[in-house]
Design a protein around this ligand. Structure first.
Ligand code: ADP
Ligand code: MG
Ligand code: ZN
Length: 504
């Protein structure tokens, strides 16, 4: 047994996975990258096309200013160095989805380089370095099947061709499928936060290729990397994680058998849970990159960069730190709240609304329970209906007033949850619901005292037990009083008065 454990440890320690991710995101613009065709998703195939994006002879591309600005904003948010002089390049290859036979992309001088994204891995921060952020145009979309019917020919839709596509490439800093997941989540949250892409994997506006190699742990110190494969066709975060797990095992087996890993491009077959060889790996010189002669170089002035920086919102990791220091939230609550801008905005607008109705010293005490209500009760109800915070019928101000009432013990937690159910349906004010349903908490000594007297009379057995020293018997009596009051009695008061009446 002992030996077995040792063996397993050494087996894991022997090889170390090394992962680098290439993420492509479609930018949120109204028109395509080099022409004025619309970018709407789901249009009838080949209706959003023109001579430019279908590669007709004699046309000239004109760069979309918005796309360039969104790219720079992304590069800035990722802490990249911006190349003040940046150029487009032609990446030459032949494929049916590429009517020009070249893709306008960036090669030598991309917009952004040397950035970083900090991820959270089991509560610890880890920096993943960003190698480059560059802008290119998307290709057309090939259709090999319709629904579940495989075609014996392929269809091509050029609506996608020429959409602005931003590529974000990491250094090989990721060392496990879990870290890859965490990186993708963090990147997607950030891109949505700064509103440059909707990052919808199902619609293809967020796509990921994964590069993976394993190396002998003894190699780690030398900084040398193993031979990598690149996995394509990853349609969900789960697919990325599964494919990486599969590929790590496959490569380790290969090396253990004394064979080499072949450098190649693989396709992930999600249904069968394995990778399949697609083509042997091409390298940069195969593409014959050269500067795009039809587009002038970009020169970014300090003023423009300052302006774009100024347009960025407070970034999620900064906001998280501020939530912890300003509102004394837990790391977990701050993390959840700042995972989406809408949620963080909702929280802060609720806290601000409450400032008007509670004294300043109490408003700080209010932030914590309010965060808790947003993260559990509200989010739970939204998730159950598949709604987002943006479409939430409960305004932040109203939820804040409800939570203030709980903090001031005007209503109990349980009653507040019932009120929230109603608010969720109707969007009404909490006070109105509480008044209408007669739900205010009973904090009147006399009224509670009367209820307690009745309960003592009706429950001689637990009363005897309690007086005889069995202190747990109090719970049953408190429960009986709460039930009699329809859940409205102030529980602290019930406890206190009951004890006094029963003699300590
Ligand atoms: P390519 O020219 O094949 O596209 P790049 O150097 O541009 O290779 O890197 C592409 C991605 O692969 C990057 O995310 C990079 O970090 C990652 N990568 C490079 N070499 C390795 C390796 N040996 N193992 C794992 N990932 C790697
Ligand atoms: Mg590549
Ligand atoms: Zn067009």
């Amino acid at each position: 047994m002992r030996n077995k454990t040792l063996n397993m440890d050494t087996k894991i320690a022997e090889y170390q996975p090394v992962i680098g991710l290439e993420v492509h995101v479609q930018l949120k613009t109204n028109s395509k990258m080099f022409c004025s065709c619309p970018t709407v998703f789901g249009a009838i195939p080949n209706t959003n096309i023109c001579p430019v994006c279908t590669g007709q002879p004699g046309v000239l591309p004109v760069a979309n200013r918005k796309a360039v600005e969104l790219s720079i904003k992304t590069a800035l948010a990722l802490g990249c160095t911006i190349n003040n002089l940046s150029i487009f390049a032609r990446k030459n290859y032949f494929y049916p989805d590429l009517p020009k036979n070249y893709q306008i992309s960036q090669y030598e001088s991309p917009f952004g380089m040397d950035g970083v994204l900090e991820i959270d891995i089991h509560g610890k921060a880890k920096k993943i370095r960003i190698k480059r952020v560059h802008l290119e145009e998307d290709t057309g979309k090939l259709l090999h099947s319709i629904g579940s019917t495989e075609l014996d020919y392929s269809l091509i839709d050029f609506n996608r061709s020429g959409l602005p596509l931003l590529e974000i490439v990491t250094e090989p800093d990721i060392t496990s499928p879990e870290e890859a997941w965490s990186y993708l989540t963090g990147l997607r949250n950030l891109l949505r936060y700064i509103d440059v892409s909707d990052c919808d994997m199902e619609k293809g506006s967020f796509r990921c290729d994964a590069n993976i190699s394993v190396r002998d742990s003894a190699m780690a110190d030398t900084g040398k990397l193993g031979i990598k494969t690149e996995i394509k066709n990853l349609n969900s975060f789960k697919a990325v994680k599964d494919a990486l797990g599969y590929e790590i095992n496959r490569q380790v087996k290969q090396l253990k058998a004394g064979k080499e890993v072949v450098q190649e491009t693989l396709l992930w077959n999600d249904r069968q849970g394995r990778t399949e060889s697609m083509r042997t790996k091409e390298s940069a010189h195969d593409y014959r990159y050269f500067p795009e002669p039809d587009l002038p170089p970009f020169e970014f002035s300090g003023n423009l960069l300052e302006k774009l920086k100024g347009e960025l919102p407070e970034l999620p990791h900064q906001r998280k730190k501020r939530f912890i220091s300003e509102y004394l939230l837990t790391d977990y609550d701050a993390d959840v709240l700042t995972s989406a801008k809408g949620l963080a905005d909702y929280f802060e607008s609720g806290v601000n609304a409450a400032k008007d109705s509670v004294p300043p010293d109490a408003s700080l005490k209010f932030a914590k329970p309010f965060a808790n209500w947003v993260n559990t009760e509200l989010t739970g109800r939204l998730n159950a209906r598949g709604q987002t915070i943006e479409g939430c019928s409960v305004s932040a101000g109203y939820l804040a007033r409800l939570v203030v009432m709980v903090c001031e013990e005007k209503i109990s937690n349980n009653i507040a949850k019932q009120v929230l159910d109603d608010m969720f349906e109707t969007g009404r004010k909490p006070e109105e619901i509480i008044r209408e349903k007669g739900l205010t908490q009973i904090s009147d000594e006399k009224e509670i005292s009367g209820l307690i007297d009745k309960v003592i009379e009706e429950n001689p057995i637990p009363v005897e037990e309690y007086r005889g020293g069995k202190k747990q018997a109090l719970g049953a009596l408190v429960g009986a009083v709460m039930k009699k009051s329809g859940g409205r009695a102030n529980p602290q008061m019930v406890n206190r008065i009951l004890r006094t009446k029963l003699g300590g």
